[in-house]
Design a protein around this ligand. Structure first.
Ligand code: BYC
Length: 323
């Protein structure tokens, strides 16, 4: 973790009062004074989170027309629609920090903002829909349950609702996995193959290891994060390995073993070169994902224009009525 920047001297008293509030477990609200670094860090994290929800619709959207039954199609449609809603709640939360959503979206489309690495992997089989729900939403719940206690009120409150919906997503995903695990040999094989592809990228969702996480110091100090990347990753592995055992499938890690003394499932080394390559735009689907978002943005221009024209008309009417 890198050393924290020193605040300007004239902010020292405000900073001390701010940090005392955080230490007392108080929630910071949009109109409260906050250090510029706190605002910047939250805006970075919340906008990346919102972008992840929106880009995260693409891998699953790929299977809506090919879901194997009407029931599965309805559940998948509802899940993808939920992700759009999550993006909107978090963009609204991010806007309370003073940056307009259109600017945040620009940052995504021109490549300045990141989104979760996991969504740069392709969805090659129906089993991927089960495995994404189980592993990807499962990882998101571990991360977001803690964020529901973040010091910034609008973010924490958005997380409470999102976590409830993510629980449904995880359950539907695990149920798809259970059916495949108890199906034909070809279905079990399809499930195992999907787990083999998604296991390590799911562990990477928690971010770099603590020794290599430049933002953790500030975020932990100001209680935006309440646990480190490695702590949450370990919690996810401890929760998930017994679920894999219950499904009768293997986790693709020859070094995985239960440490009886700590109760932790210890896992092998993560290939951080793959993680960094994906972050630098060289994952299997980075270009495809951004191209899809840019196209959707261009095709939605008329909706934004119509909404803006309607709002302007309403404002003008209100102005006339008030005059
Ligand atoms: N992917 O200092 P660090 C979902 C970046 S969507 C890409 O540890 P921090 C779902 C990091 O941004 C769930 N980039 O960062 C949706 C930083 O770069 P910058 C998405 C990553 O912020 C649809 C650099 O690496 N969840 O559930 O302390 C369908 C150094 O990292 C990643 C969230 O966004 C990554 N995996 O910790 C299904 C949760 N990891 O910005 C499911 C909110 C790290 O300095 N975010 N980076 O250039 C967080 O909890 C934290 O931001 C992270 C990273 C744990 C992700």
């Amino acid at each position: 973790m890198t050393p924290l920047p020193t605040p300007p001297a004239d902010d020292a008293a405000l900073l001390a009062a701010f940090e005392a509030r955080i230490a007392a477990g108080e929630s910071i609200e949009p109109k409260d004074w906050m250090p510029e670094r706190y605002r910047k860090q939250l805006l970075r994290m919340m906008s990346q989170h919102a972008h992840s929800e929106v880009v995260g619709m693409l891998p699953e959207g790929n299977w809506i027309t090919r879901a194997p039954s009407l029931r599965r199609k309805l559940a998948l449609l509802a899940k993808v629609q939920d992700e759009a809603g999550h993006g909107l709640y978090i963009y609204c939360g991010a806007e309370t920090l003073g940056t307009d959503r259109s600017e945040l979206v620009e940052q995504l489309l021109d490549g300045r903002a990141k989104y979760s690495s996991i969504f740069n992997y392709p969805t090659l089989s129906w089993a991927d829909m089960g495995v994404i729900g189980w592993l990807v939403d499962g990882a998101a719940i571990v991360n977001q349950t803690v964020l529901a206690k973040a010091s910034y009120g609008p973010y924490a409150r958005a997380m409470v609702r999102i976590c409830k919906e993510e629980n449904f997503h995880k359950r539907q995903g695990y149920e798809v996995c259970t059916v495949l695990a108890n199906g034909t040999p070809a279905q079990r094989e399809m499930l195992q193959e999907a787990v083999n592809r998604f296991w390590w990228p799911s562990l990477m969702m928690f971010g770099p290891s603590d020794t290599d996480s430049p933002n953790s110091g500030e975020l932990l100090k100001w209680r935006v994060k309440r646990k480190t990347n490695d702590e949450l990753r370990q919690r996810f592995v401890n929760l998930t390995v017994p679920q894999a055992i219950a499904l009768g499938i293997t986790v693709p890690d020859p070094d995985l073993r239960l440490n009886e003394a700590t109760g932790d499932w210890e896992f092998g080394a993560i290939d951080w070169s793959e993680f960094h390559a994906v972050l630098q735009g060289h994952g299997p689907c980075n270009q495809e994902r951004l191209a899809a978002r840019r196209q959707a943005h261009e095709e939605g221009a008329w909706v934004r224009e119509a909404a803006a024209a309607h709002a302007a008309k309403q404002d003008a009417r209100r102005g006339t009525a008030a005059a």
